[in-house]
Design a protein around this ligand. Structure first.
Ligand code: SF4
Length: 307
């Protein structure tokens, strides 16, 4: 096939489209493809999209530090210094999976709690799921001393995979349940982690497919309509899942169902979910006796702690 000039607008609907572009146009690889995608579709020079991604990375790193620096509490009491307690109790607690695993949990908690307290975070891809990418991806970057440039490049790949989810399904809990928020966050984080070590579309796709498959069906049932519980704790599941799936893909395990089809399945499941499980707080954990008690207290603006 002859190599053509890269078109002004790049359109993708599937990983097959990406493969087609990579084969037909002179991209320097997958990272270059996603950077060109951003640049051409946003009508910004590549240097500018790179700079913006660099700023995003800095904010993400700051959100971990800020989330850990204070005791995060919300008026509902659902966020009640969890990260602080976790870190303080660690020296006297058994370490089930080693110290590094605890850092993944602490970093995810820090960012998710900061979000609940209205701190500055990066929506990756949403505010509700903002702890997954910093908690898993940045902790791995730190562990392996990954250079900043490589981190930024991998974020472009995460962004590209997120774009496919957004185009074919959604990233919104109110549209498709928590599978679309934490599930998508986990999938794009898994893809970014793989890209740190191997920029292979096959492996990136497999990691994302496995990560999203594991969280299919996850409903959105926030207690009292607040992005606090179960949101913060689900972010940790998203982080751990992302790392496990990235590890499996790097070791050559594959998803029997391709990423594009997993995304279609997510959309179909999300469309079938009742409205009560799509961020309305009319189902699931939100309507348990305790969930309703907390909701009543929050809505009545009871000055006492609800939880
Ligand atoms: S439960 Fe709903 S509000 Fe909470 S993180 Fe998931 S999708 Fe977002």
């Amino acid at each position: 096939m002859s190599i053509k000039e890269i078109p002004n607008r790049i359109r993708i609907r599937s990983t097959q489209d990406i493969r087609h572009y990579l084969k037909s146009y002179p991209f320097k690889g997958l990272t270059d493809f996603f950077m060109e995608y951003e640049s051409r579709n946003r009508l910004l020079p590549k240097t500018e999209v790179y700079k913006r991604m660099q700023s995003t990375l800095i904010v993400m790193k700051e959100s971990i530090a800020k989330g850990k620096a204070k005791v995060n509490r919300t008026p509902s009491g659902l966020i009640n210094g969890g990260c602080h307690t976790f870190l303080n109790n660690m020296p006297n607690t058994i370490h089930l999976m080693g110290e590094w695993f605890n850092t993944v949990i602490a970093n995810t908690l820090a960012v998710s709690e900061l979000n609940a307290c209205m701190g500055r975070i990066v929506a990756t891809p949403t505010a509700g799921a903002c702890g997954v990418m910093p908690g898993a991806f940045l902790t791995i970057c730190d562990k392996f001393s990954i250079p900043e440039d490589k981190q930024i490049q991998s974020l472009f790949i995460a962004g590209g995979m997120g774009e496919l989810i957004q185009i074919n399904a959604s990233l919104s809990g109110s549209q498709h349940g928590c599978q679309a928020e934490v599930g998508s966050a986990s999938a794009i984080t898994a893809s970014a982690i793989v890209a740190l070590f191997e920029v292979s579309l096959d492996k990136i796709e497999n990691a994302a497919a496995l990560a999203m498959s594991n969280l299919l069906g996850l409903v959105c049932d926030p207690v009292a309509g607040l992005v606090e519980f179960p949101c913060v704790h689900r972010n940790i599941v998203g982080s751990v899942n992302a790392i496990a799936c990235a590890q499996m893909a790097l070791a050559g395990l594959t998803s029997p169902i391709p990423f594009d089809e997993v995304v279609s399945a997510m959309k179909q499941i999300g469309d079938d979910l009742p409205a009560s499980l799509k961020e309305t707080s009319r189902g699931g954990l939100a309507i348990t006796p305790t969930g309703l008690r907390i909701q009543r207290k929050v809505r009545d603006e009871d000055p006492e702690k609800a939880y």
